[in-house]
Design a binder for this molecule. Structure first.
Ligand code: SF4
Length: 331
């Protein structure tokens, strides 16, 4: 099956503009900055980030989802949270007041809320990992002023991609979830959901990086198809547009899925979930060493780096709702 291409059709589902008013622009691939998916699920479920974890490295999935081991916050990730917060708040303003100046003024209060977390505040006290730097290679942190200015620049770039005065979101940071007939719970948080007067859906995801290298195209498509599948299964409508806004370089990628594709994608998620359930039943989460290990906080516990994982937390897994199946010890 040929890989679908990312095509920027820039279909506007904005107030007062027809959903089929389209223009074209070049596209490119993606990297995930992550958003609000770390929130505690009600029961074992699959989100785009956690599915990507398991595909990347089953042991990483275990550490994050079952052991729930803490991870360092990075300046890049916190800046992503900050910018997402600003863009969410921007739409609290009346449409005519959604200007770039107004958005920049939202940066400081959003930061004040974030810095209430001591771990976030400590990033500037101790120096954190700079944008894109591997976790084991901390570099000198930028000044708070420079870091906030970089967040403001990302907010500015947003205005080169959309005119928020012409958009009335249907949802922001919207939880979307569905339980498939086989019991698999899919859930995730959509940055923004737009609904056109004709019912057409547009899913928008803000990325605080630049358009990534081609290797990440599959990851971007995976995340957006996930949201499209959940929306289709809950609303009976295939999203007309999945849109990724790259605030780092002011570029956008869009993709339009079709129903047959979402059916295939659902089977893919079910296969991933079946593999996760097998791993939970046996406690066998194998490491998969790749270049992404440079960014992993758990190398000290990873056999690929000479470490030993802690015993599989079977009781914690059962308490979290995983089936309490016998644990088979590995030789
Ligand atoms: S260091 Fe690499 S192989 Fe080990 S758990 Fe992390 S991602 Fe997996």
């Amino acid at each position: 099956m040929p890989a679908p291409s990312l095509v920027d059709v820039t279909t506007m589902v904005q107030t007062g503009q027809p959903a089929d008013a389209a223009a074209s622009s070049p596209d490119a691939p993606v990297a995930d900055t992550g958003t609000a998916e770390g929130r505690t699920p009600r029961r074992p479920s699959l989100s785009p980030s956690r599915a990507a974890d398991f595909k990347t490295c089953p042991l990483l999935y275990r550490f994050r989802t079952i052991d729930r081991l803490p991870e360092r916050k990075s300046l890049a990730a916190v800046r992503g949270t900050l910018v997402h917060s600003v863009l969410e708040r921007l739409y609290d303003l009346p449409a005519r007041e959604r200007t770039a100046d107004a958005a920049r003024e939202l940066v400081a209060p959003a930061w004040e809320e974030l810095r209430a977390d001591p771990e976030v505040a400590a990033l500037f006290a101790e120096g954190g990992a700079a944008d894109g730097a591997p976790a084991e290679q901390p570099t000198e942190a930028p000044s708070l002023e420079a870091w906030l200015a970089s967040a403001g620049k990302l907010v500015d770039n947003y205005f080169s991609l959309e005119d928020p005065s012409r958009i009335e979101p249907h949802g922001r940071e919207e939880l979307v979830e569905v339980t498939l007939p086989d019991g698999l719970l899919l859930r995730g948080y959509v940055d923004r959901l737009d609904v056109a007067p004709n019912g057409a859906l547009r899913v928008v995801d803000y990325k605080t990086g630049s358009v990534p290298r081609e290797a990440f195209e599959g990851k971007a498509l995976f995340q957006m198809k996930f949201y499209a599948l959940v929306l289709w299964r809950t609303r009976g409508v295939v999203a007309s547009q999945l849109k990724l806004l790259y605030l780092g370089n002011g570029d956008a990628l869009t993709y339009s899925p079709d129903e047959a594709e979402l059916v295939r994608f659902e089977r893919t998620l079910q296969a991933i979930w079946a593999a996760i359930e097998r791993a939970v039943a046996t406690g066998d989460f194998r490491p998969n060493r790749t270049r992404l290990c440079d960014w992993c906080d758990h190398q000290a516990l990873c056999p690929s780096f000479g470490g030993t994982p802690p015993p599989f937390p079977a009781e914690a897994a059962a308490a979290a709702g995983w089936p309490a199946l016998p644990i088979v010890e590995r030789a």
